[in-house]
Design a protein around this ligand. Sequence first.
Ligand SMILES: [Zn+2]
Length: 407
Amino acid sequence: MTQAQKNFIQRIGNAAAADMVVSGVLASLKIAQAIFESGWGTSVLAVQANALFGIKADSRWSGRVFNIQTREFFDGVTPTTVNANFRAYDSWEHSNADHTAFLVGSPRYAAVIGERCHIRACRAIHAAGYATDPEYADKLIRIIERHNLTDFDSVGKEKVNMNIIQDFIPVGRRNRPGRVNPMLFVTVHETGNTSRGAGARNHANYLKGNDAANRPVSWHYTTDDKETYQHLPETEDAFHAGDGAGNGNRQSIGIEMCVNSDGDFLKTIDRTAVLVADICRRRNIPIENVVQHNRWSGKNCPKNIRAGRPHDWNAFISKVKANTGTVAPAQPTAPVPVPPTAAIKAGDTVRLAANATYYGGQTIPAWVLNQNWIVRSVSGDRAIIDRNVAGTNAINSPVNVRFLTVV
Ligand SMILES: [Zn+2]
């Protein structure tokens, strides 16, 4: 990528991310369209008409017009060169704003607005007829993925959809221990506080006060039916699981759901499920590791959900799953290819690969690696190497056959 391209992504990306918060037009989609339609801002339309998105000037447009030749795929297959009028602007910012207004104002783009998955957003804008190029969606997706444009989606995503307010417990407070959290689990709680007004904001204030510091008690997020407060970076540990230095406190991200009597608990649950799904996606946490507070300390928490009010834990997990449609599955570990055992047999003289370890994973010393050995026996992928060729050493050690080559 050239410096000019980096600058283009920064300029359009920052505007797109800010725009997304208000409009729901996915930032990565907008940036990719700008790159593709304007050739990184170098097209005649971009330079002479400040037009980044190639929007045609039809009867809905009362502004300036720029006429230029364009390739169209009227039948979806064959390109045809035609003259067309395009919307012209005073600036790229103007073009950007009009692009958003164009999408938001056209009912046929309804499926694009609010779509958080870049793949679905690209397919939706193509299906709605933004461009006739049959490969339009795939081209946009490739641009997004090659240049990591989804980074701009996560900037605004949490704020748009989750309404997350970061209000951290100050560094150095007793309830902000600040150790590294490996983020292997998500722990779900209910506050147990049914007082009117005991929403996320009140709990944020509580966590910054002396009572919470002295206990000490802390967690990462509080959700209510309207907003979510984040009290700690996810990367730090907290005191919410009641298991001391156990995995609940040290290795999980803690979420408290508000149960204030003037709140809509069902909405709180739904909003929490979206948050949990987002955390699982970002931190690559498997759904099995979304657990109840009860798991760590035996406490009856989250109390209502454990009692099936308004529905049970399985229903909650289903909601999380329903929001993880875009979660990339964990990368499976590639199986280690095991050569057929016939390749190595008892009596063979073998040398060891330079990166070989003993069968249990222990380091093999250099003096063993540096000479040839005679195989005593083979069972499956496990070979016993015994004597060196010179007959001066007998080590009788197990090695995976994949590290052995017959000499
Ligand atoms: Zn709890």
